[in-house]
Design a protein around this ligand. Structure first.
Ligand SMILES: *Cc1c(COP(=O)(O)O)cnc(C)c1O
Length: 391
């Protein structure tokens, strides 16, 4: 067989493979595993959204190829949602494109913008797709370290000016996966200034905008002054409405970029099944109490995790948004050795931080995607079998 492309060969190794093997082994032995590693909501999609899907699926008009940029009605709904939620004006005709989940758009933006050797600025630790999309497109990721002392925001001044001058894309994500950090409008304003001075296209990934706690309303990147001149925002229904399996997202913002991304997509896919778009319209336009219910469930679990960690000796600020706690490993451990210890001693899966980039070493991630009861049990087992931790 012919060899895969160099770009494929050169992708970083999949760091979770080893832990996945251990999970499989433990399960085979009949050990009751509690998985705190899953970045996928465990709650079902709200019933009114499913009902709308069920209706739409019987309409033959929805059985044909959809428009690759999305139904105008869907794009209008997204625009209306941006207006209502963020006070941001976007033109549904030229500034919104539907996506097969935001991951699809995040990966493809690199293909639409990078030539061989072009640089994209990538947060580390971060969602792996930013760097992987860059590499598959032949580009070169330049890492922006996210550090606790900078509240997990990249320090723009630390990006060498020759790198910034050559960079075409910058990826950002707030509320952040995996660190749980949130960004304020002041930071986004700084990003716009930076992007303007170096002519960089900012790609803000915002799927967790509604996964924020204690009434916090996080801003959209597009609320920043002049954001639409330099960037776009990726978003989706996945986290807000427990719809990861449905594959419906969007990009909004700069009309030139939206046109390019739409043109790229029209050459590689044929858009989102229309019945799913109608379900998406229902999600964004319908009753929103399901969003508050979702937040309350995660707030409760956040408190369980916080108490559990504190009891074992961690001092940690709880996340204000996202589904994640980002926690330093105890003294004498690497991310992987600690994840293995927790699995072995407690039957609990945590995600080793080095899977999110070199700056993730020394951390692990806990996701709020299992019930409070199971979470309590996970921490009881850890406290009992591992005991107090030291740093
Ligand atoms: C979950 C997630 C997404 C959303 O992906 P979809 O393709 O829309 O399901 C995007 N970015 C990050 C960082 C995520 O964690």
């Amino acid at each position: 067989m012919k060899k895969e492309s160099l770009a494929m060969q050169n992708l970083p190794p999949y760091l979770f493979a080893r832990i996945e093997k251990r999970i499989a082994d433990a399960k085979a032995k009949g050990i009751d595993i509690i998985n705190l590693g899953i970045g996928d909501p465990d709650q079902p999609t709200p019933p009114h959204i499913i009902k709308r899907m069920a209706e739409a699926i019987t309409d033959p008009a929805n059985h044909q190829y959809p428009s690759s940029v999305g139904l105008l009605e869907f794009r209008k709904t997204v625009a209306q949602w941006y207006q209502t939620r963020f006070g941001v004006e976007v033109d549904p005709d030229s500034e919104v494109v539907s996506l097969l989940g935001s991951k699809e758009g995040i990966a493809h933006i690199s293909f639409a913008y990078l030539d061989k050797g072009d640089i994209s600025l990538v947060p580390d630790p971060g969602y792996p797709v930013y760097g992987v999309g860059t590499l598959l497109a032949g580009g070169v990721p330049h890492i922006m370290p996210l550090k606790v002392e900078n509240a997990y925001l990249p320090v723009l001044e630390d990006i060498p000016s020759d790198v910034a001058g050559k960079a075409k894309l910058m990826f950002l994500c707030y509320p952040n996966n995996p660190t749980g950090a949130v960004a304020d409008l002041r930071f986004f304003n700084k990003v716009v200034e930076f992007a303007k001075s170096y002519d960089i296209l900012v790609c803000h990934d915002g799927p967790y905008s509604e996964v924020a706690f204690d009434g916090l309303k996080v801003p959209s990147f597009l609320e920043a002054q002049g954001a639409k001149d330099v960037g776009i925002e990726f978003h989706s229904l996945s986290k807000t409405y427990n719809m990861t399996g449905w594959r419906l997202g969007w990009a909004v913002g700069n009309p030139e970029v939206i046109e390019v991304l739409g043109r790229f997509k029209s050459n590689v896919d044929s858009g989102v099944f229309q019945a799913i778009q109608f379900a998406g319209i229902e999600a964004l336009q319908g009753p929103q109490d399901c969003v508050r219910d979702m937040q309350l469930i995660y707030e409760q679990r956040r408190d369980v995790v916080q108490a559990g960690l504190e009891k074992m000796g961690w001092q940690i600020t709880p996340p204000r948004g996202s589904l994640y706690f980002w926690v330093p490993v105890p003294k004498g451990h690497s991310s992987e050795s600690f994840a293995e210890l927790v699995l072995e001693k407690a039957g609990v899966i945590i995600t080793p931080g080095n899977g999110y980039g070199e700056n993730g070493e020394g951390y692990f991630r806990i996701a709020l995607t299992v019930s409070s009861d199971r979470m309590k049990e996970a921490f009881e087992r850890m406290a009992h079998n591992i005991g107090k931790v030291e740093f």
